[in-house]
Design a protein around this ligand. Structure first.
Ligand code: SF4
Length: 224
């Protein structure tokens, strides 16, 4: 695979920024803990639905202590519309208990500490790190995974490999914006099943167009 040059990466990001000037975090939150809750709920769920759920959820449970010792059945009912409500309730309760017992009641800023919270994987830790603490992290969700491969930014077969490649090729001060731009590109144009290639100005940089079979991810296990 041709390794993208710094100039090519810059131009890709410039074109994406021109196409998606409003790209940014779509989850509503008022503090790092609320963001952590929202990201946990967002797995295989739309941001719009998560925002609708958290709007009511945070009226009932707002802080780690509320979640750590909550009525599990009530919590499950509140987050039911987000799907996988039993697993997500467990993650919310477990991570809240860890925050109380190990980190004094505040979401830890240190990346490894974030990652140590039960129910928190790399994607969640990276989103919280980038959005709540303004760190140069890139979370690899299903959109970032797919479009990074299609654009030849990575050939990684796992989210971890793609994340590692993106961290290597995208400058630190561009990573947070790049993350949002890649998500918007994947969500609204470079779609999984029917990418809108006819209206895409990134075609000159796209490796999917020349080798679609190699980059057809339909049968691959992609991250949520
Ligand atoms: S040309 Fe098509 S596959 Fe390539 S980046 Fe654009 S939308 Fe995606």
């Amino acid at each position: 695979m041709h390794q993208k040059t710094a100039a090519e990466i810059d131009e890709i990001l410039r074109r994406l920024a021109a196409r998606f000037p409003d790209a940014g975090c779509a989850l509503d939150f008022a503090n790092p803990f609320q963001l952590l809750v929202a990201v946990i709920l967002s797995a295989q769920c739309t941001d719009v639905r998560v925002n609708a759920v958290t709007k009511e959820l945070f009226k009932v449970y707002a802080a780690p202590a509320d979640f750590a010792f909550c009525d599990r059945a009530r919590l499950e009912a509140l987050i039911y519309p987000c799907g996988f409500y039993k697993n997500k309730a467990e993650s919310l309760i477990s991570s809240s208990r860890d925050i109380l017992e190990k980190f004094g009641g505040a979401v830890p800023e240190d990346y490894d500490s974030l990652l140590s919270l039960r129910g928190v994987g790399r994607k969640t830790a990276n989103v919280v790190s980038a959005e709540a603490f303004k760190r140069p992290a890139i979370a690899v969700d299903t959109h970032v995974f797919r479009v990074s491969r299609r654009l030849g930014l990575s050939e990684g077969e796992t989210p971890e490999r793609v994340e590692r490649d993106l961290m290597r090729v995208i400058p630190r001060d561009r990573r947070r914006d790049a993350h949002h731009l890649l998500i918007f590109h994947g969500r609204y144009r470079c779609k999984s099943q029917r990418p809108l290639c006819g209206e895409c100005d990134l075609a000159p940089y796209c490796v999917y167009l020349s080798t679609p079979a190699k980059h057809d991810l339909k049968k691959r296990k992609t991250p949520v």
